[in-house]
Write a protein that binds this ligand. Structure first.
Ligand code: FUB
Length: 325
């Protein structure tokens, strides 16, 4: 049987930012739905002008996914003006909670939740965004103690660098030089999964000397696309470095961190953005990611892929070549 790894999993439309999970013994992929439009391409991310979401269901690692259809449309969400970006989904007590970022009517990115009875959707949006959220790229992490944590954030077009201590100031920018880098955010969810149970905290990533990564360290500092998973008693916080186009990993024994930088997961792929998720299925670990193979490098026309992820005997993730396609 020919392997479907490193191949575009969806070929009839453009898909990106795959958050993948195992629900009821199958893999469900929650991607962004890129549009086949001609548009500008800039550092503000205006080219990522998405308007709906589809869910994909995969029986196993050898079978191409099925499109479960449209699960949420921008017209259904009262608070949103534009740009449905990278989503994620979690199950709790038989309900499925679909988290997604978008710009509100004042042009600020916020995070909303939509709720359904099946991993395939459809999802009914709450009328307003989650109070206290801002920026992009929600990742909802179910911990082994049954608590759920939302992590999120993206700089530049994702606006995270405009915030300090959860407050917006237009004059803030990405730190430079030896100033500590901007951090992704984390907050425990309330039991109803619709609100944050606490003030968002920083996910600090430290270097081998215990010092926070700095603003000038573009090869390692956090940019966007957070993912959180647990292997044994170790939390892995993984993310994209944006303008240097790496996927990176870091570890901690505490879900809130600090996380110690570990190394690269994937070198740059074809296309500007790189975004991923990681899951365990059938006794192996898998990296879901995207590149722009089908569109031959058009940044906002991406395609979701996956491949096996391996750990070394110390728990480090073995780096792979993003151009190995
Ligand atoms: O898909 C739009 C944005 O591009 C995502 O939110 C980012 O993570 C980047 O992949």
């Amino acid at each position: 049987m020919a392997s479907i790894q490193k191949r575009p999993l969806v070929t009839d439309t453009f898909t990106a930012d795959p958050s993948a999970h195992v629900f009821n013994g199958k893999i469900y992929i929650y991607p962004s739905h890129d549009r086949d439009i001609e548009t500008i391409d800039n550092d503000n991310g205006d080219q990522y002008d998405m308007r709906d979401y589809h869910v994909y269901e995969m029986d196993d690692e050898n079978t191409l996914p099925r499109d479960c259809g449209k699960v949420l449309d921008i017209e259904e969400i009262p608070w949103v003006s534009k740009q449905l970006w990278a989503p994620d989904c979690a199950e709790k007590d038989g309900k499925y909670y679909f988290y997604y970022p978008a710009r509100d009517k004042d042009n600020f990115f916020r995070i909303g939740v939509a709720i359904g009875d099946s991993p395939k959707g459809p999802f009914k949006p709450e009328p307003n965004y989650i109070p206290g959220t801002y920026s992009i790229d929600p990742c909802i992490f179910p911990d082994t103690d049954k608590e759920y944590y939302l992590t999120w954030g993206g700089i530049w077009g994702g606006q995270l660098d405009k915030y300090r201590n959860n407050k917006y100031d237009e004059n803030n920018n990405e730190p430079t030089g030896d100033t500590p880098a901007v951090c992704a955010k984390i907050a425990k969810m309330s039991p109803d999964m619709k609100t944050l149970a606490e003030e968002p905290r920083d996910i600090v990533i430290v270097d081998e000397n215990g010092k926070p990564l700095t603003g000038k360290d573009h090869d390692r500092r956090y940019f966007e696309g957070p993912w959180l998973f647990k292997k044994g008693d170790t939390y892995y916080f993984t993310y994209s470095t944006g303008d240097t186009h790496f996927l990176q990993w870091s570890t901690s024994k505490n879900v809130y961190g600090p996380y110690t930088y570990g190394g690269k997961i994937l070198t740059p792929v074809l296309g500007w953005t790189t975004h991923h998720s990681i899951l365990e299925f059938n006794g192996k670990w898998w990296l879901f990611y995207h590149d722009c193979e089908i569109s031959k490098g058009v940044n906002h026309k991406r395609n979701v892929k996956f491949r096996e992820l391996k750990f070394d005997d110390k728990g480090g993730i073995i780096c792979m070549d993003g151009m190995d396609i």
